[in-house]
Design a protein around this ligand. Structure first.
Ligand code: SF4
Length: 387
């Protein structure tokens, strides 16, 4: 496993002043002591607490989660625990924001380390999105007199985006998607509009649209740092989907060369990748899908199967060690691709948060501002209605 030195994301730079440092008394504890104290705090809090854990979390944290899943599955869990006063989200910031929006009024959502952001989510800034929308209007792509009563552009944002981006989409007839329901969501959006503006992950947008039959020449990439996205109005008018120029810095590391090398070393190997990887990598793989899909495919494969998996290394290692016995599961990247922001949530942080709750102190609460909540919820509810 490669441990890259975490750099500050835009989110971290913005929120660094709010971040409460881990108290020194929580540093240097043994694993055994942390396990014992976390278990004790969980037992004391009982049904007042639910811990949600994303697949990319480390084992020392995920073993305490009440529910483990991808963004879609965890978002579904939020409304299933009305007795819980505290939802501790072991994941990254945008996930905790979504949980706050979907939670009941009496519930508080907590992110154990506020520095757990997402570099992809940072690539879509609300001002840039407003500018993009204005420029699409200037180009005549968005019109006030849509044809056949359909919208000219339906905005679709991946759940890996800030609440402000989700609210923008919800208010304009758009929706949030996850990698689990991205194909169904694109079909949903095309039933309601001529074109889709998909953000922030160009790879998920391209891979999903291609998989459901849209050719590459009907897609354009909008660069938010260029005037008019760096595109000619004619090209945008011809396109069926406008892809925001964003990506996941973890999944963008997977390459076709890695697949070729793995196939040469392991005859009979099957390659499965997450759709956040580049298009050519999906084409060179045998299959692609969300983390839940990857888990299900590997688990359903015959004993003795050999897999190379292109997604975050903690999920790959867990598949190999716990989830799919009798199969050989390898990371497509020989060094393992680690999400350094997911890695920020440590058992030390979890212990600090839980012992704080036992003592009546809430640290690192995530609250989406009231003026953003309504439309964010609309877009998330639409997401949950599409499977
Ligand atoms: S794996 Fe990529 S998209 Fe997921 S949280 Fe990490 S940086 Fe964001």
């Amino acid at each position: 496993m490669s441990l890259s030195i975490p750099l500050l994301t835009e989110y971290e730079k913005e929120h660094i002043s709010e971040r409460q440092p881990l108290p020194e008394r929580y540093i240097g504890l043994t694993d055994a002591e942390m396990d014992r104290r976390i278990a004790a705090a969980r037992a004391t809090l009982g049904r007042r607490l639910v811990i949600l854990g994303h697949h990319y979390q480390r084992n020392e944290v995920i073993k305490f989660a009440d529910h483990v899943g991808d963004s879609y599955k965890l978002a579904q869990q939020v409304s299933q625990h009305p007795a819980a006063d505290f939802i501790v989200f072991c994941g990254v910031h945008f996930m905790a924001e979504s949980a706050d929006v979907l939670s009941a009024d009496h519930q508080q959502v907590i992110l154990p380390d506020l520095a757990a952001g997402c570099s992809m989510a940072d690539m879509a800034d609300p001002d840039q999105l407003q500018m993009c929308w204005n420029e699409l209007e200037q180009m005549g792509v968005i019109t006030s007199t849509p044809e056949r009563g359909r919208a000219s552009v339906v905005p679709v944002t991946y759940i890996n985006s800030a609440a402000s981006i989700k609210a923008f989409c919800g208010e304009r007839g758009g929706v949030v998607c996850t990698s689990s329901n991205a194909g169904a969501t694109l079909k949903w959006a095309w039933e309601r509009g001529e074109k889709i503006l998909f953000l922030p992950d160009q790879h998920l947008g391209r891979n999903t649209a291609y998989k459901i039959g849209v050719p590459l020449d009907q897609m354009v990439v909008w660069d938010p740092n260029e005037i008019w996205g760096g595109l000619e109005p004619g090209a945008v008018k011809e396109a069926r989907i406008i892809l925001w120029k964003g990506h996941c810095s973890v999944h963008a590391r997977f390459t076709v060369r890695q697949i070729e090398n793995m196939r040469a070393q392991h005859p009979g190997l099957r390659v499965i990748v997450h759709p956040e990887v580049p298009w050519e990598v999906v084409q060179a793989a045998d299959d692609s899908g969300s983390t839940e899909y990857i888990i299900n495919q590997v688990k359903a494969s015959p004993q003795g199967s050999i897999w190379a998996v292109g997604t975050e290394v903690h999920l790959v290692d867990r598949l190999a060690e716990q989830v799919a016995p009798g199969r050989t599961v390898l990371s497509l990247d020989q060094f393992g691709c680690l999400c350094s922001t997911m890695f920020r949530v440590s058992p030390n942080h979890l212990l600090w948060i839980l012992e704080g709750l036992v003592a009546g102190e809430v640290h690192n609460r995530i609250e989406v501002p009231a003026d953003r909540k309504y439309w964010t919820k609309v877009s998330l509810d639409r997401m949950l209605s599409i499977s």
